[in-house]
Design a protein around this ligand. Structure first.
Ligand code: ADP
Ligand code: MG
Length: 240
């Protein structure tokens, strides 16, 4: 525990919550500690993810322990990999079970960046990622059997709520829900969409995580209302 605290201090990682999992220091550590899948290590190496960033050091073990998470770290600090890696580790391979992970992003552009990162991490595994757009939503509405084709869904909140209202999407098997850039989501009025999205993610195994660059009280409140025994991680000098 002392070692973990020293490691946190050296990397300016602040945590609150019960039984917070220890941070890790190198991606190789994940091989023994969490049996990181070899294809993930291979893809990390291939794309030059050589050393974890502070948010990755602490958020990845928390998510791999299936805990709910509120993660605050500056822009450009590697938050995407912090949620994509544990998600892909858990989903393991393609299954015909429909969407098992949902990533909500405030804008189409940011969603596209996440899509690219997911593609890198899942390379060689045949895992299927769907970017929800007008076109892909329409296709799914016409051919519901297509929904089984995908494992991971990435969407903006408005597009997603629209698809839910058209019943062109099924989120009942989702066990990873990521709300990325939560501060921007809120600026765009996300709170109005959360109830509908959370109700559609009806699996009891659902894990929730909020990632954000800043921590306005709206986000803290949402975390406290919708999450179960969450861990809070704050990186750097961004004040709590
Ligand atoms: P954030 O979401 O916190 O703004 P991103 O996840 O978009 O940051 O990451 C910013 C950039 O850093 C991306 O180009 C990403 O590929 C790169 N990156 C993330 N983690 C690492 C790492 N451990 N090593 C090297 N580059 C990384
Ligand atoms: Mg980001």
């Amino acid at each position: 525990a002392e070692e973990a605290n020293a490691h946190r201090k050296a990397n300016r990682i602040k945590v609150t919550g019960t039984d917070v999992p220890y941070p890790f220091a190198s991606f190789s550590d994940l091989l023994s500690r969490f049996e990181l899948r070899s294809f993930l290590k291979r893809n990390l190496d291939k794309y030059n993810f050589n050393k974890p960033t502070p948010i990755q050091m602490q958020a990845i073990p928390i998510l791999l322990h299936k805990r709910d998470l509120l993660a605050i770290a500056p822009t450009g600090s590697g938050k995407t990999l912090a949620f994509v890696l544990p998600m892909v580790q858990d989903l393991k391979a393609h299954e015909s079970a429909g969407f098992r992970a949902l990533i909500i992003s405030p804008t189409r552009e940011l969603a596209q960046q996440i899509y690219n990162e997911v593609k890198k991490l899942t390379e060689g595994r045949g895992m299927k990622v769907c970017m929800l757009t007008k076109a892909t939503a329409a296709t799914q509405a016409q051919a519901p059997e297509l929904r089984q084709k995908f494992d991971i869904l990435i969407s903006t909140p408005l597009r997603l709520v629209h698809a839910l209202q058209q019943e062109s999407i099924d989120l009942s098997n989702v066990r990873h829900l990521i709300m990325d850039e939560a501060d921007k989501l809120f600026e765009l009025g996300f709170l109005e969409q959360t109830d509908e999205i959370l109700a559609a993610c009806s699996s009891p195994a659902l894990q929730k995580a909020l990632f954000s660059a800043t921590l306005p009280s709206s986000i803290e409140q949402l975390a406290n209302t919708v999450m179960k025994d969450p861990v809070r991680v704050i990186i750097g000098s961004k004040e709590a």
